[in-house]
Design a protein around this ligand. Structure first.
Ligand SMILES: [Ca+2]
Ligand SMILES: [Ca+2]
Ligand SMILES: [Ca+2]
Ligand SMILES: [Ca+2]
Length: 143
């Protein structure tokens, strides 16, 4: 009677061969997985740095726009009297009136050219308003 068990039961060398194959498959899988994790981490790190740079650029852009707006706001002269709204606030004049004290001289001309008081129609108090003095050739700063 032939021994069928011999053909069914794997030889010890075959078992070892199978173990080696399974072992190397597991090893390869682990190596592939580790490599994948390594590259994934590296990629996500690079991506997060990229997004940080983009955020910084956006921030710089926003800051520039804000500064431009601020500069534009500072250079606005609503009433065209040669004083910007910001300068009018500093000198106390009305940014919506080109001649706050109604003496015939523009606020900007009083501050920058004639050195007269843009808030006083008659800077030197002699009874003649600044605009009239300049037209008459008298000094609006001296009585
Ligand atoms: Ca003005
Ligand atoms: Ca004036
Ligand atoms: Ca004046
Ligand atoms: Ca005067």
């Amino acid at each position: 009677m032939p021994n069928n068990n011999l053909t069914i039961t794997p030889e010890p060398s075959r078992i070892i061969g199978k173990v080696i194959i399974i072992g190397s498959v597991i090893l390869i899988a682990v190596v592939v997985a580790l490599t994948a994790i390594f590259f994934w981490r590296r990629y996500t790190k690079v991506a997060s740095i990229d997004s940080q740079i983009i955020n910084e650029q956006q921030l710089l852009k926003a800051e520039k726009v804000w500064k431009d707006n601020l500069n534009q706001l500072a250079s606005v002269d609503k009433d065209f009297d040669n004083l910007t709204d910001v300068e009018e606030k500093q000198s106390g004049t009305d940014p919506t009136s080109p001649d706050t004290d109604k003496d015939g001289l523009l606020d900007g001309d009083e501050v920058q050219i004639h050195k007269t008081d843009p808030l006083k129609a008659d800077t030197d108090g002699d009874g003649i308003v600044d605009g009239r003095e300049l037209r008459d050739g008298t000094d609006p700063l001296k009585k």
